[in-house]
Write a protein that binds this ligand. Structure first.
Ligand SMILES: *Cc1c(COP(=O)(O)O)cnc(C)c1O
Length: 234
């Protein structure tokens, strides 16, 4: 099978087509939507195949796996996004190796990233994670806390506030999903009035990225629709 016919290329082409169609439905340009290909659990060869096929941004969740991949990368580097939960004792390798962190929901983590961001690198781009389902078991800050938390993040050196991120629950019906995505869009619009550069709205995954785009997502984080079903090691 030639690389052009590999399933990964087919799946990626299909995702890009669906992004285009979702943009068309609401009069947006696909240039305004960044596809972050979420490559957790997949080997470096798959990441390289995705980049060879046109992926510009890769997302990873697990610090050790993620940093190994960044360090082993050869050739022109993609934009690396850290999108998983981050513990305070694991911030340094993320500060040293990533371009973006999407999952900021504690000031202490942000302060450590700011302290640990090497001087020779540009500021680390960060998104504030919103707990849009108001589920105490889920990561993210409450929507009401966004304005003051954004001010605190903005005051830290070596970080650049990029916008907001959210993970919606997997079991929502479409009208509730749309309601949550629209609420996130409205939070994003309000944040932009306060911080004009914080334009990122990172929402939507394999199951719902088209709805997310229709509701205003600027970054969609798509894993299995590109790489296939994940198999987690025990
Ligand atoms: C795994 C993951 C994704 C991608 O999930 P898929 O359903 O495979 O597209 C997106 N965002 C976050 C935060 C993730 O952990």
């Amino acid at each position: 099978m030639s690389p052009e016919q590999s399933p990964l290329n087919d799946r990626l082409a299909n995702v890009n087509k669906r992004i285009q169609a979702a943009c068309d439905r609401v009069g947006r340009s696909p240039d305004d939507v960044t596809l972050v290909a979420v490559s957790k659990t997949w080997p470096l060869t798959d990441l390289q195949a995705a980049v060879a096929a046109g992926v510009t941004d890769l997302g990873e969740n697990y610090v050790q796996e993620a940093v190994d991949k960044v360090q082993q990368w050869q050739g022109p580097a993609p934009v690396w996004h850290f999108i998983g939960p981050l513990q305070s004792n694991k911030t340094r390798p993320v500060a040293e190796h990533f371009d973006w962190v999407h999952s900021i929901d504690r000031l202490k983590i942000a302060q450590r990233l700011a302290d640990q961001r090497p001087d020779h690198l540009p500021p680390l781009n960060v998104c504030i994670q919103i707990n849009i389902s108001q589920d105490p078991a889920k990561a993210g800050i409450a929507a009401e806390a966004l304005p003051s938390f954004a001010d605190q993040i903005r005051a830290l050196p070596r970080l650049r506030l990029g916008g907001i991120m959210a993970i919606t629950a997997a079991d929502l019906n479409e009208s509730e999903l749309r309601r949550q995505f629209k609420e996130l869009k409205s939070l994003s619009d309000t944040l932009i009035q306060q911080h004009p550069d914080a334009t990122v709205l990172s929402m939507g995954m394999s199951a719902d990225f088209e709805v997310a785009i229709e509701c205003g997502a600027t970054h969609v984080r798509v894993g299995s629709a590109i790489f296939g079903q994940r198999h987690y090691a025990e």
